[in-house]
Design a protein around this ligand. Structure first.
Ligand code: PEP
Length: 260
């Protein structure tokens, strides 16, 4: 029996004005009562510019705030970058690293992502490491190998005692923002493979303690069947997180998957 608390993240990407961000955050915060928060962790990932405002709205509530990226440097002459300490100052407790729109879209290599992971952990942030294969890799039958390598490279040098700060988001690139979703069985197979890789690299208790969430066109209508898979511990939600009502339905689906 696993005891992993589900985690659902809302990745707003480069969307929302300041007013829209606050309205969306407040609607999620209002709907996320103590009962729901006890059954599922919820983290919002607004654009950097609204982190302080959204962080303020979420302070003293169970809703967590995360950043969509973090610098691998602590401070200094790095124009345009945002450090882990700056994120912590806004009320952030988590950051995404390696989202496909950065890994593939901006060409961030595994070595940089691993360096970001170390920086974030060292400064006290939690990390959601995003991994996922591209369509051509899936069609070539290389999905599991590609994803396992991304996980190992991202975690290179991370100590077992720091794994409690980590979660993994499996997000097949071909499913992000496309309306296409991995089948629940395919998601389960990949999550199981990731967990097996973590067990090989660390040990069984560490592997069974880490949350592996699924991302890629999750919506209220498909959340139940995806979250019902034993190794799927919640989701990272893009497009559907911009609607508070739909996002909360997804959070409820994750909460009830843990209860059943
Ligand atoms: C994401 O941005 O991580 C994501 C999964 O997006 P979408 O839900 O829109 O596919």
């Amino acid at each position: 029996m696993d005891t992993r608390q589900p985690l659902v993240g809302g990745n707003w990407k480069m969307n929302t004005t300041e007013d829209e961000a606050l309205e969306l955050a407040r609607a999620v915060i209002d709907a996320c009562d103590a009962d729901l928060a006890q059954q599922c962790d919820v983290c919002l990932f607004p654009p950097f510019t609204w982190l302080s405002q959204v962080g303020h709205a979420a302070s003293d509530t169970p809703v967590l705030i995360g950043a969509q990226d973090v610098s691998d440097k602590a401070s200094g002459a790095y124009t345009g970058q945002i450090s882990a300490q700056m994120l912590l100052d806004t009320g952030c407790t988590m950051t995404l690293i390696g989202h496909s729109e950065r890994r593939h879209g901006l060409g961030e290599p595994d070595s940089l992502l691993n360096s970001k992971v170390h920086q974030a952990i060292d400064q006290g942030l939690q990390v959601m490491l995003c991994v996922g294969e591209q369509l051509a890799q899936r069609e070539a039958g290389r999905s599991e190998e590609v994803v396992a390598n991304q996980v190992l490279a991202g975690l290179d040098g991370v100590l077992k005692e720091d794994l409690s700060r980590m979660s993994v988001a499996y997000e097949p690139v071909w499913a992000i923002g496309t309306g296409r979703t991995a089948s629940p069985e395919d998601a389960q197979t990949m999550h199981q493979r990731i967990r097996a890789e973590l067990e090989r690299q660390y040990d069984a208790p560490s592997a069974s303690g880490i949350r592996i969430v699924y991302g890629g066109s999750v919506k209220p209508s498909n959340a139940d069947e995806i979250f019902a898979q034993p190794d799927v511990d919640g989701g990272l939600i893009g497009g559907a997180s911009l609607d508070a009502g739909g996002f909360i339905e997804i959070v409820r689906a994750a909460a009830s998957s843990a209860a059943s």
